[in-house]
Design a protein around this ligand. Structure first.
Ligand SMILES: O=C(O)CCC(=O)C(=O)O
Ligand SMILES: [Fe+2]
Length: 262
């Protein structure tokens, strides 16, 4: 697959692939998530999640467990993600760890970094609903370009100030895959606002709700969705599942022995 044709405008380290899975595959994967035993879910403040492929131990090591068949057999998501070439430079050449997140309308995830346990590539499949995904940057100490709106609600992550105006925003349609790599993974943060609907301005409106323009309009798979983003309107959120697929660099054996990088 030639990833470069899915490159998000203005971002040479993000790729957006619409319709990465079919509607049938989407329904099947959502069913598998919903049917999984209650104890598989971990409740977070504003979403719940499951991990597949093993648990992350101290010192960023993965205690591996086999992936469920719905990640490797039907639909073979791991193989399909491998075929994009996005993991060609990662230690295991494919994702070995998946976090499944479930968000109800109004839920989201605060700006954060995924951290150093992973090789700096993440492939995220969205199911069941769209979301608007924002990338944020840290604010430099000597940043002089302070405007009124980005002075106001300043977030801080581990003592570093975060610019509340996203550097870029991407609309994630259901069934799409977004791949974030390199600098955008390692030096930026990402998050999803905790809102029930995403409002898009009509051309000429004063900018308000979406502070950064959506960068992947040309790559969107659904024409009606593209019209809303370009002409103004709103998209109501549904329950969304995301599968965030990554490669944990250090893998431990069950006995705790480091197999290490290849
Ligand atoms: O749900 C998403 O698309 C993002 C999830 C995320 O950033 C994470 O699990 O680290
Ligand atoms: Fe994340």
């Amino acid at each position: 697959m030639d990833l470069s044709s899915f490159s998000v405008e203005g971002l040479d380290t993000a790729y957006y692939i619409p319709d990465f899975v079919s509607e049938d595959e989407e329904a099947y994967l959502i069913r598998k998530a919903i049917e999984s035993p209650q104890q598989r879910w971990k409740n977070m403040q504003n979403r719940r999640l499951q991990t597949w492929g093993g648990e992350l131990l101290a010192k960023s090591r993965l205690l591996p467990r086999p992936m469920p068949p719905y990640m490797t057999d039907f639909p073979n998501l791991i193989g399909r993600i491998q075929d994009t070439g996005a993991f060609a430079m990662s230690p295991h050449r494919k994702p070995n760890h998946v976090i499944l997140n479930e968000y109800h309308p109004g839920q989201g995830i605060m700006p954060h970094e995924d951290g150093p346990s992973y090789h700096p590539v993440v492939a995220t499949l969205s199911l069941g609903s769209h979301a608007v995904f924002h990338y944020y940057r840290y604010r430099d100490e000597g940043d002089s370009a302070l405007t009124r709106e980005n002075l106001a609600p300043m977030t801080s992550v581990q003592g570093h100030a975060v610019d509340p105006t996203p550097v870029a925003s991407v609309l994630l349609e259901p069934r799409s895959l977004v791949i974030t790599t390199n600098d955008l993974y390692a030096r930026h943060l990402h998050g999803i606002a905790e809102i029930e609907e995403d409002v898009f301005n009509a051309p000429g409106d004063a900018p308000d709700t979406i502070p950064a323009p959506i960068r992947n309009t040309k790559l969107l798979g659904d024409g009606a969705t593209r019209d809303v983003v370009l002409q103004g309107g709103k998209l109501i959120r549904n329950v969304r599942y995301s599968l965030t697929c990554r490669d944990v660099e250090r893998v431990a054996s069950a006995a705790g022995l480091a197999i290490g990088k290849r």
